[in-house]
Design a protein around this ligand. Sequence first.
Ligand SMILES: C[S@@+](CC[C@H](N)C(=O)[O-])C[C@H]1O[C@@H](n2cnc3c(N)ncnc32)[C@H](O)[C@@H]1O
Length: 291
Amino acid sequence: MSTTGAAPAPILTDAELRLLQALVYQECGMHFDERRTHFLQDRLLRRLKECRADSFYAYYRLLISHEGKAELAKLVENLTVNETSFFRHKAQLDLYQKYVLEELLKRKQAHREYSVRVWSAGCSTGQEAYTLAMMAADTLAYYYLRNPLPPWRVEILASDISYSVLRIGQEGFYNEHQMATVDYTFRLRYFDKVGDRYAVKKALKEMIHFDFHNLKTEYLPQRNDVIFCRNVMMYFDEAEQKRLVEKFYRCLNPGGYLFVGHAESLLGLTEKFHMVHRDSGTAYQRIEVRE
Ligand SMILES: C[S@@+](CC[C@H](N)C(=O)[O-])C[C@H]1O[C@@H](n2cnc3c(N)ncnc32)[C@H](O)[C@@H]1O
């Protein structure tokens, strides 16, 4: 009888798992507790096979080597969860549009400063950034009616650790399923129908700049008025969340706002923000400390 067949998958020992967990954490801040170990193991095994490594230790050695840098980026990309949608968590977005943007425009206008910077940190395939851009464009149009002013400049930075999602965001094409939460009037004003997909119109696209940023690093984009970092911190442990919130504090202009996911909170992580709550939407505003 022939015994040919695929070689058995290598066994992942506890020691190897700990090494790989620590490496991933050090690289991108993602923490895999017991509930998510299975997912981690599955992705590690896929990448190990792809690289034809014969053990998890050999794969680990590859990842920490100079030649393994691209593979490490690929592994991290495979570990990210990219679920997102347009107009995700409406109550928060209402707070952004009706309170935060209005307050920022008034405050800036008083200083004759006509620009607003918004950062979607962990933007995935771009729906969050485009939502923020559509809402800002609408708010501005309404604001101009009441305040004839020089043109404002709204810049939206959309960043992620995964190049593949950034590429999708940059292309700005979405299918019917992805457009389910975009209502008719937004579709008309901000999208063109191209075949069976929707393409983001040029004017909206020009408000957004997609770029790679790893939130684990110290050098992050500065001088933001608003940061949206939703459904990202939930994959980090508490120590990493604290470090990130501290960095966001420094990345915001005085009085700037931070939005985190519906299931996330700054409670117990910092005392440098105060909570703003309106109609079940929550944001955090930077507290200014007098020197
Ligand atoms: C679940 S999606 C959230 C997308 C969007 N913010 C939303 O709430 O709909 C999480 C995103 O965070 C990104 N991410 C995870 N770790 C990151 C890191 N260290 N730096 C930057 N982005 C990261 C992932 O690649 C993924 O696209």
